[in-house]
Ligand binder design. Structure first.
Ligand SMILES: Cc1ncc(COP(=O)(O)O)c(C=O)c1O
Length: 375
């Protein structure tokens, strides 16, 4: 696709008036997501009586672009196209939803995707399934990095080097940092919150969102603050810890000018939940590591409500939401809680769930023999 055709995809972004005066407001977006996702009552198993849980179906933002990344990428890739870039570089794990969504969206918009992916601990295991399979299907350029590579000393310099190499070849590169959680990507959930306003978000007492790289939580919490809402925003922390994300959100607040102008701090606008009951970590055994208990929870939610959670983000967040409510039934009595489902379904196809289903259900339970069919 040539640059003129690419630029024709840019749409003027009309920001809500409550962002007026912020230092960073994007001028353009592109259309990637199927917005206005529904909100439904969610009969999540284990919820104490007297609490209502609802689910915002951002897993329905798209098919292959399912989940929160579609909203962020509408702004990030518009910025890339506006700057005249032809390639996009980003990084993550082999089963990263963010990398898959970035690569797919880039292909749809006529940009070349380049992904720095942490190689799996057992080579060859999960490179032909889930998100990794989609990356290969669309021919993303993949660069393997060691599983132990760290972001600041290892990965960021490699992304910069790759950008320089591409630029030298006349291919202008746009680097999307981890998870797309920049002050431009933030607008994915400023826009997402604006959508919630049209859906009557003020009937909820609490919003719960999964915190992986921080951008979604930052967008929801900042929009909630700017609209002077009384809703409490909670981020379920599934990587690093709460302090890391308060620091990240505080950086964002500085960049957009809210810290200097109004002294707003992350600690005042979002409750980041790292552990429940003073002992159980939301992250479980570690970022990207799904335990048997977490996978069994995902299977039970799927069986009882038809909602498919993912093993890295939403499964851990929903499991610990249930635990939080069970430990504090008084605090949440009469509350209406909105859980934002941020997608991630392709992560379920990494093989981990197969073993759980095989042990938790006998084959006989799954497959009914012909003579057992109801007549
Ligand atoms: C399915 C899913 N949910 C939640 C998140 C967390 O969002 P954020 O990175 O904006 O914190 C991610 C991405 O990291 C994700 O892929």
């Amino acid at each position: 696709m040539d640059s003129v055709t690419r630029k024709k995809q840019l749409q003027r972004y009309e920001p809500p008036e409550w962002v007026d005066g912020l230092k960073i407001v994007p001028k353009y977006k592109v259309q990637l997501a199927n917005a206005n996702t529904p909100i439904q009552r969610w009969y999540l198993p284990g919820i104490p009586d007297g609490v209502e849980v609802y689910i915002k179906r951002d897993d329905m933002l798209g098919c292959e672009l399912t989940g929160n990344k579609a909203r962020k990428l509408e702004f990030l890739l518009a910025d890339a196209i506006h700057q005249g870039c032809t390639s996009v570089i980003t990084c993550g794990g082999m089963q990263s939803n963010h990398c898959r969504a970035t690569a797919l969206a880039a292909r749809q918009l006529g940009l070349h995707p380049h992904l720095l992916l942490r190689s799996p601990p057992n080579p060859g295991t999960d490179v032909f399934c889930g998100n990794a399979l989609l990356n290969r299907l669309i021919g993303a350029n993949i660069y393997l990095i060691p599983p132990t590579a760290e972001l600041v000393p290892d990965i960021i310099p490699r992304m910069k080097q790759l950008a320089t190499r591409l630029n030298n070849k006349g291919d202008k590169a746009y680097v999307v940092p981890t998870g797309g959680s920049t002050s431009i990507g933030l607008y994915g959930y400023i826009d997402g919150y604006n959508e919630l306003l049209t859906q009557g978000v003020d009937k909820f007492s609490d919003i719960v969102v999964t915190t992986g790289s921080g951008g979604t939580t930052a967008g929801v919490a900042i929009a909630n603050y700017l609209t002077k809402s009384d809703i409490k925003v909670h981020g379920m922390v599934v990587s690093d810890d709460d302090q890391y994300f308060h620091d990240h959100i505080n950086e964002t607040l500085k960049e957009i000018g809210l810290f200097d102008r109004h002294g707003v701090k992350s600690e005042d606008i979002v409750d980041l939940i790292h552990e429940v009951g003073g002992q159980e970590l939301v992250i479980g055994d570690g970022y990207g590591i799904a335990t048997q208990k977490e996978l069994e929870f995902i299977a039970s939610v799927a069986k009882s409500t038809g909602i498919i959670l993912d093993p890295v983000y939403t499964g851990k967040a929903a499991l610990h939401l249930v635990k939080l409510l069970q430990r504090n039934p008084q605090r949440f009595q009469g509350k209406k809680i909105l859980f934002i489902h941020t997608g991630g379904i392709f992560g379920l196809f990494d093989g981990g769930m197969d073993a759980v289903l095989k042990t938790s259900n006998s084959l006989h339970e799954w497959f009914h023999l012909n003579d057992e069919m109801p007549r």
